[in-house]
Design a protein around this ligand. Structure first.
Ligand SMILES: *Cc1c(COP(=O)(O)O)cnc(C)c1O
Length: 397
């Protein structure tokens, strides 16, 4: 067993995963960030501003809610960490607030980001408006057509949305465009990455920004139950940022079970899935070594999930290490199981979850807990953005 699962080594490796696999042209940018990020984050002025914005702008701390009817149904004690109540409707803003403050301290005036469904694009456009910084969001042309409300939000917030027209015209093509932009404008540009992925130090930096989730859980659980440590923490994993935040302060507590839920789409082996740890092999994607869904000859496979936020062919290196070492238990939930869990939460607790978060809830049907156990599930986001999908389900059932 290694001493800590939380932090990578000096080169950005969690076990055998991570690192920084980048084109030479990007080396100065990534190196500037690597050399400075910890000192910036630990400085008193950063901490004061970051904590102030989390509280007064994002609406933290978010509640830890004892879900009594859900608990009764599963015969255990279920607590929901309400990231759905954050400004912009999900945990993503914890990270974009942190990164915009780092960008500002590095003197960067131009912010770029990639987005799939538009959630990270909206969270980035939001903090750019907050700071009066230029914001350019790369988004696949196909995603722009599919996600009109988020495109409108980004534009209303003052961002420029640039379509990625190559390849499958989705997230990985948008990421390629953002990297190209960064290479062409290295001096003035900061690239805000939306999950615990990318070259070192991004996975570590994003995990630290999201770790506020588990820090609050420990304090809140202690207030409610007298103990800081639950039996298990459960979160869905796309790239893995809400999961990294939920797990972070429990990773080195061996008594706490770490449970990650990936998207199985139409079924893990259906050919339409995003269950990376079950289908992927070690490889390089977007600047770091991790599990990647790929063909025999290394072509990245197009993933599928009903939830756009989990529709990613990789997984952050922190999670790859949790999987490889057995510290984390990796489950998957199908589109249908997630839908069932979303409707169940709506009817039992009056909370409509994001489809991503519904995958975490679906784990309750896959793991048996004892009556006295305390189980914490991260409700990463709210379901407003998924109402089209929910309406289609109701129309056909
Ligand atoms: C983006 C998103 C996710 C997936 O991203 P992670 O980095 O894996 O957390 C999960 N839930 C919601 C609500 C999201 O918007």
């Amino acid at each position: 067993m290694q001493s800590s699962y939380k932090e990578p080594n000096e080169l950005g490796y969690y076990g055998e995963f991570g690192g920084a696999y980048i084109p030479e042209m990007l080396y100065p940018n990534v190196e500037e960030l690597r050399v400075n990020y910890l000192e910036i984050i630990h400085s008193a002025s950063f901490q004061e501003e970051y904590k102030g914005l989390l509280k007064d702008y994002a609406g933290r701390e978010t509640p830890l809610y004892y879900a009594s009817r859900l608990s009764q149904k599963y015969n255990t004690n279920i607590y929901l960490k309400r990231e759905d109540l954050c400004h912009t409707g999900a945990h993503k803003v914890n990270n974009t607030i942190g990164q915009i403050l780092v960008a500002e301290r590095l003197g960067k005036k131009r912010i770029i980001a990639e987005t799939g469904a538009g959630q990270h694009g909206v969270a980035t456009a939001t903090v750019c408006a907050l700071k009066g910084l230029q914001c350019i969001v790369y988004m696949g042309e196909k995603d722009i057509e599919r996600q009109a409300p988020n495109v409108a939000r980004m534009k209303m917030l003052g961002a420029t949305v640039v379509p990625a027209t190559s390849g499958s015209r989705t997230l990985k093509d948008a990421t390629n465009e953002a990297i190209r932009d960064w290479i062409n404008h290295p001096e003035e540009t900061f690239y805000i990455i939306g999950s615990v992925v990318g070259p070192h130090p991004y996975p570590d930096m994003v995990a630290r920004f999201q770790s506020v989730i588990s820090s609050e859980i420990r304090t809140q659980l202690k207030e409610k139950t007298g103990t800081e440590l639950p039996k298990a923490v459960i979160a869905c994993v796309g790239g893995g940022s809400n999961a990294a935040g939920t797990f972070y302060h429990f990773l080195d507590e061996p008594s706490v079970d770490i449970i990650a839920v990936e998207a199985a789409g139409c079924g893990v082996h259906s050919g339409k899935s995003a269950a990376t740890t079950q289908l992927g092999r070690p490889g390089i994607l977007h600047g770091s070594k991790s599990y990647v869904m790929q063909t025999e000859d290394g072509q990245v496979v197009e993933p599928h999930s009903i939830s756009a936020g989990l529709d990613y062919p990789g997984i952050g290196p922190l999670h790859a290490n949790l999987h490889a070492t057995g510290r984390g238990k990796f489950l998957s939930a199908t589109d249908q199981e997630a839908l069932d869990a979303a409707f169940e939460l709506a009817r039992l607790e009056g909370i409509i979850p994001a489809l991503e978060s519904a995958h975490a809830l679906a784990a309750l049907n896959k793991v048996q807990f004892a009556k006295e156990d305390n189980v914490v599930i991260c409700l990463s986001g709210r379901g407003d953005k998924d109402m089209d999908t929910y309406m289609r389900v109701m129309a056909t059932s």
